[in-house]
Design a protein around this ligand. Sequence first.
Ligand code: RRO
Length: 301
Amino acid sequence: MVDLTVKLCNSSLKNPVILASGIWGVTPETLVRASEYCGAVTIKSIGPKRREGNPNPAVVANEHYVHNAVGLPSSGIDDMDNKWEALKELKSPLIASCYGDTAEDYVNITEKIVPHKPALLELNISCPNKAKGMLFAQDPIETAKLVKAVKKVSGRIPISVKLTPNVTNIVEIAKAAEKSGADCITAINTVSGMLINPEARKPVLGFKCGGISGPAIKPIALKCVYDIYENVKIPIIGTGGVNTGRDAIEMIMAGASAVGVGSAVYYRGNDFLKLIVDEMKKWMLKNNVKSIPEIRGVAHE
Ligand code: RRO
């Protein structure tokens, strides 16, 4: 027998696989379906108000990567009042992800989310598809200020800060988040990139550039998680390019307490979460590993 359960902040998860924000968790129905199999589910980031996405094409995929500039579409925090009830059907804990333009946006959204008691609130401060300016997650001082402001209103709900790899030193940002009271780190968001269609002589995506996810970014995500693990004590949700149970095991060996999975749906189909959990189980049986904590961070030894 293998034990896949893990503890993450205040929650017990039936397994370490978490549906990452964005790809599948767009409606309560897909979240409920995902929750049958995975340890926790993350809702598509909720914004301060209604926002349409970017012009098409907004997502393209091949065997190496998924490239998106979806553009933070959201029906807005107030529309969540129509969704909380349906989310009571979830079979695993909910991670509420949110984004904003200002610290006040994050604070206001947090105040509206807290009464619904998600297991974790994920501050998405790292979407590469914001129209202009620097991201919170590209500056340790801004990250710290934001986390402190949100912690004042988040009560007992633990906070995870989702970081971008598009920085010189992700560890410095993770440390700033931890020092200001963050309970968890989610690493990483997508890697900034661009594709060009040579016949059309222009970028492929309507937004021109976007975020890269999928298999191509797994080594980048692994190094970020590995480096963060050496420098902070709070748990890490390791996210980026995890497509198989074996990939998830690698992420745990880098130091992740749980593993975010999103783009894998493009490669493994709608059963991706079940497939990845089953593969983890099989790998553990074959390699005589009885529990997840037994292998967490072992790549550092
Ligand atoms: O919606 C998006 O364009 C998007 C978001 Br919010 C994010 O966090 N990461 C990403 O690659 N795309």
